[in-house]
Design a protein around this ligand. Structure first.
Ligand SMILES: *Cc1c(COP(=O)(O)O)cnc(C)c1O
Length: 366
């Protein structure tokens, strides 16, 4: 028995199912990079990596520490660090993580470090900005990048990549196709002068769904692994990976006129049975879900959250539900519930998943 009552169960079979779903959309030679940043989209990046390490070519994380955690857990796959920072270069190298070099500042810092050690053919990745305007070299930087690379055998470009700004939005198809074409042109120039041909990649999950012709050598799948496509049809083919559960800590019977929670936000208009559940806004349950905007499932019935969400607890209305203290509470175990919560919180499933705090115990169900 788990002694923590609120748990996030990670469904290993669902993760594998989702990975295979995307695999069958790919050309046989297209590699998969699994994005496990932000604790595997709020689950457990190390556990996700262990589940799929033999099924994918690469992993990606946002920050160096996340890559270190994977290495310390024994993950051997190459790991791309999407947002390395200069002060982390020694750590990146000592854990054999592969930096995304996206500007001359970080590129030159890395080359200088590589020259000092010295490193030979250390794997690096170059990212080009083709319209997201977040991280990346500009196409006009190509000649200078090439001349820096020619001076050095300390590094070897493992891949050249870019990131789409609106791959999920078919109204932006023209913009996206333009990004892909501009990227292909940059790659062509790099290939012509580099003397070897690094892998290339531009698609994230919704890119794989909407722009299958742009698979190139590898695709970077994040949210798809965790059960979300870009529309209901696609999501219905995927399985939910994050199951968030708790139990009823206490039940109260209150009379008309009595109130529940801070600021007395819920006022009973009739005799009401309430259940207190040990999960709150410190766990990632938004206060926007209070006052009946959100609900949980108890014994297969929906119990609305009443009053304000507290830091560590919520109270739900179980007047019409046959239940007792200790009964299981499902916060979500289906993508539709996560989408509903995201909608109520005016955000997207990515934020709901990644907001689940580290206080919630994770375990893998296999
Ligand atoms: C997070 C991220 C991804 C994954 O995107 P999804 O939409 O979750 O598939 C891919 N590439 C980069 C550069 C990212 O930052």
């Amino acid at each position: 028995m788990n002694n923590h009552v609120t748990v996030l169960e990670i469904d290993a079979n669902a993760v594998l199912h989702n990975l295979n779903y995307f695999k069958q959309k790919l050309q046989p030679e297209t590699k998969i990079l699994a994005v496990v940043k932000a604790f595997g989209y709020g689950s457990d990046g190390v556990e996700i990596a262990k589940i799929i390490q033999n099924e994918v070519a690469y992993f990606a994380v946002a920050y160096t520490d996340e890559g270190v955690a994977l290495r310390e857990a024994g993950i051997k796959n190459p790991i791309l660090v999407l947002h390395p920072q200069k002060q982390n270069i020694p750590t990146i190298v000592s854990y054999r993580l592969e930096p995304n070099l996206y500007s001359f500042k970080i590129f030159e810092a890395f080359l200088e470090y590589a020259d000092n050690v010295p490193l030979i053919n250390y794997p690096i990745h170059l990212k080009f900005n083709t319209g997201l305007n977040r991280l990346g070299f500009w196409h006009t930087d190509v000649p200078n990048i090439l001349s820096e690379l020619k001076k050095s055998n300390n590094v070897k470009v493992q891949s050249i990549f870019s990131h789409l700004a609106a791959s999920e939005d078919l109204n932006e198809q023209e913009f996206t196709v333009n990004q892909i074409n501009n990227f292909a042109y940059i790659v062509k120039q790099m290939y012509e002068h580099l003397g070897y041909e690094p892998m290339i990649h531009i698609l994230n999950t919704s890119g794989v769904i909407n722009y299958p012709k742009a698979q190139f050598d590898m695709v970077r799948i994040g949210i798809g692994l965790y059960g979300f496509g870009n529309d209901d049809q696609e999501t219905a083919q995927l399985k939910n990976t994050h199951n968030l559960k708790s139990i009823i800590s206490q039940i109260h019977l209150i009379q008309p006129g009595e109130t529940v929670g801070y600021n007395r936000a819920f006022v009973a208009s009739k005799p009401t049975k309430t259940a207190t559940v040990p999960i709150g806004h410190a766990d990632g349950i938004s206060r926007k879900l209070g006052n009946k905007n959100g609900f949980v499932i108890i014994n297969n019935q929906a119990a609305p959250i009443i009053g304000n969400v507290c830091m560590d607890m919520i109270m739900v209305d179980v007047t019409n539900i046959d239940c007792k203290e200790g009964d299981e509470v499902i916060i979500f175990n289906h993508q539709q519930q996560i989408e509903y919560i995201a909608h109520k919180c005016e955000t997207i499933p990515y934020e709901i998943l990644t907001a689940l705090s580290q206080r919630i115990k994770r375990f893998v169900k296999s």
